[in-house]
Design a protein around this ligand. Structure first.
Ligand code: NDP
Length: 608
């Protein structure tokens, strides 16, 4: 059979009227679009800074640091941890891990809300399982277990030595004479580091809706990423007995809302869920790890499973789907957001039509599941998502939809009002209706910071005092996303001009291993600096631009959310178009043939 023709017959056989569906999606998008775009949110800072305060670890006083380390790693999440681990394995003794949090774990340090779990299979999500010698207890592990694993990595690789927690970098300044970075922090530190690696995360600063009157509410309130167990009682496994006599409201029904709402429904006296856009809620099928399966695993199993998962979801050729879950069943649909291999036999129009049909079938099944599981027809109607599958982070739960069958749980659809209208001293108003509550939980997500440099939270002054923000004024300029000419010995982890995937920890792991290899090579060669040439970074920028798959139309038609800058279209942050597997191959080949090009000041090397 030729693959050149779009399979238009399926339109009739599925009884999906694509034209009508497009109209419905456009109308639903229109209901939710807000003219302020991302400006509708408030950062949990300043007046709202208490929403971002660390409820887990009391502040520990310490003397300012004035010493020098060989490598400073900014960020104690999995990206930083794997970097630290690989550097330790490469023989680097002097490593300082630094984080604003009170311990390791990154997002898993902060997000401890009831029900928190990873939504990617933990056997491929949690890094270094074999090195640490552990197997997660669940297919989708609870947050506590993931955080404990982060701590275990730090212990296994001796990364607690020299840590600086509860510390935010306020400035990095390059000293050319000493070939080192001067690092200033909000704890008064002025230390030095030969190499600096930044892995500061993408969804870190909690955000709140800019609801008029939010500051007037006199009840209790907090953000899901700073859960107040002193008020709710219980722990991440549930048992929130402090809420038994409380009227609770939750704002937000994204990936976090899906996990936390079943617990609030179970334990609160009453619960009102304020929804603006329903998530897709597919089958989760979580289960404890089968001990026989765990015992059958052979060395190298995790890398094999991770690589297989990445290949399957990136549309690469594969013989077997080892994970076999909701992510791997629809790799073509993820292509709309996360680039990967495409079928070269199809024209872009044919491919788009085929993807759209597949998307329509998937979303029809997702909507049918709502009808199956939710008793009240009006509630079921409101819980149905009307947009294309990857417009938002896909959701999975076997408890969420059923929560709306409980007599103490009410769903309030705020879409026609663009969200909550107002808050008062005693409650929440949508349209003309006030809901009096004792407590409001904000499950309203995070500011998207693709890079601390671009967001301005990590001010960097390189050679000659030039700032990295200025150097990136017309968009990031890097080699492979990692480093920039004029800013030697500084490495960035993240998706910028690099790779991306829904299993982002895998990407971070590959990045960490690459950076450790480059630093290892610099040390072995006795290089004074690691720095790409202007030409190499310009060429990489060209490759990223020319290979980027154009999903601007897809995003422009999507319901608003942080994926499409609240409906405004694609943020200017391309990843490598051919996808993460191809990117990994690029890096491997580069390490084999061209790594020496970034080593500057090697003894005997000609200077330019
Ligand atoms: P999201 O940004 O995905 O969701 C925020 C929610 O708040 C949305 O439902 C949004 O509605 C709603 N909201 C915002 N403003 C208003 C308003 N004014 N009135 C009513 N509702 C409002 O944040 P999450 O914390 O849920 O998830 C963020 C990301 O974190 C995920 O995409 C995922 O990448 C990650 N995550 C991963 C998890 C895992 O691995 N297990 C678990 C949780 C999160 P609307 O959609 O209309 O904007």
């Amino acid at each position: 059979m030729t693959t050149n023709q779009p399979d238009t017959h399926t339109i009739g056989t599925d009884e999906i009227d694509l034209g009508a569906l497009r109209d419905r999606y456009a109308a639903e998008r229109e209901r939710r679009i807000r003219p302020e775009g991302s400006g509708q949110y408030r950062r949990a800072a300043g007046e709202f800074g208490y929403y971002a305060k660390d409820p887990y670890t009391p502040l520990v006083e310490r003397q300012p640091l004035t010493d020098r380390v060989e490598v400073l790693v900014i960020g104690g999440g999995f990206g930083g941890l794997v970097t630290g681990a690989r550097l330790r394995q490469a023989g680097v003794e002097s490593i300082r891990m630094m984080d604003e949090a009170g311990d390791f774990g990154g997002t898993w340090y902060w997000n401890r809300y009831p029900g928190v779990r990873c939504d990617i299979e933990s056997y491929v999500y949690m890094p270094l399982l074999e090195e640490v010698g552990t197997i997660p207890g669940w297919r989708y592990a609870p947050g506590d277990e993931i955080r404990e694993h982060a701590v275990a990595i730090a212990e296994r690789f001796d990364l607690y030595r020299d840590t600086a927690f509860q510390t935010r970098v306020t400035g990095l300044t390059w000293n050319e004479d000493a070939a080192e970075w001067v690092v200033e922090t909000d704890r008064g530190d002025r230390m030095r580091a030969r190499f600096v690696v930044t892995s500061s995360g993408t969804l870190t600063t909690p955000k709140l809706p800019g609801i008029p009157g939010i500051e007037t509410f006199r009840g209790h309130t907090f953000h899901t990423s700073r859960w107040d167990y002193a008020y709710t009682g219980g722990d991440a496994a549930g048992g929130l007995e402090g809420l038994a006599d409380k009227r609770v409201a939750v704002v937000g029904t994204g990936a976090t809302g899906l996990q936390v709402i079943p617990h609030l429904g179970r334990d609160a006296g009453s619960l009102v869920v304020f929804q603006r856009t329903p998530s897709t809620v597919d089958v989760r099928d979580n289960r404890p790890t089968d001990p026989e399966w765990a015992a059958s695993l052979r060395p190298g199993w995790q890398r094999e499973r991770q690589d297989n998962f990445l290949a399957v979801i990136s549309g690469e050729a594969h013989d077997v789907d080892l994970v076999g879950d909701g992510w791997t069943s629809v790799p073509q649909l993820q292509r709309a957001m996360i680039t990967g291999r495409v079928d070269p036999d199809l024209s872009p129009e044919e491919r788009e039509l085929a993807d759209e049909m597949l998307d329509a079938r998937k979303m029809t099944a997702i909507r049918a599941r709502v009808d199956e599981l939710v008793d009240d027809p009006a509630t079921a109607q409101a819980l149905k998502p009307w947009y294309r599958y990857m417009c938002k982070r896909p959701g999975f739960s076997d408890e969420y939809l059923q929560t709306f069958n409980r007599p103490n749980v009410t769903l309030v659809d705020t879409a026609d009002h663009g969200g909550i209208t107002r808050m008062t001293e005693t409650g929440v108003i949508v349209g003309d209706t006030e809901y009096e509550v004792d407590c409001v939980v904000f499950a309203t997500g995070f500011e998207v910071g693709v890079s601390g440099v671009l967001s301005g939270t990590l001010p960097v002054a390189g050679r000659g005092g030039a700032t990295l923000l200025e150097a990136w004024g017309r968009g990031p300029e890097t080699l492979h996303g990692f480093y920039t000419h004029g800013f030697p010995n500084l490495f960035h982890l993240g998706s910028l001009q690099n790779a991306n995937s829904v299993n982002f920890v895998h990407i971070l792991q590959d990045q960490a291993e690459h950076i450790a290899a480059v630093i290892g090579a610099a040390r072995a060669a006795g290089a004074r600096m690691v720095e790409p040439t202007k030409e190499a970074q310009a060429e990489w920028g060209r490759i990223v631009r020319t290979t980027a798959i154009d999903n601007a139309t897809f995003q422009a038609e999507c319901t608003p959310g942080y994926y499409n800058a609240e409906g405004r279209g694609r943020p200017n942050t391309s990843s490598y178009g051919p996808g993460p597997v191809a990117f990994h191959d690029v890096l491997q080949e580069w390490r084999r043939t061209s790594l020496d090009d970034v080593l500057v000041g090697v003894a005997g090397q000609a200077t330019t």
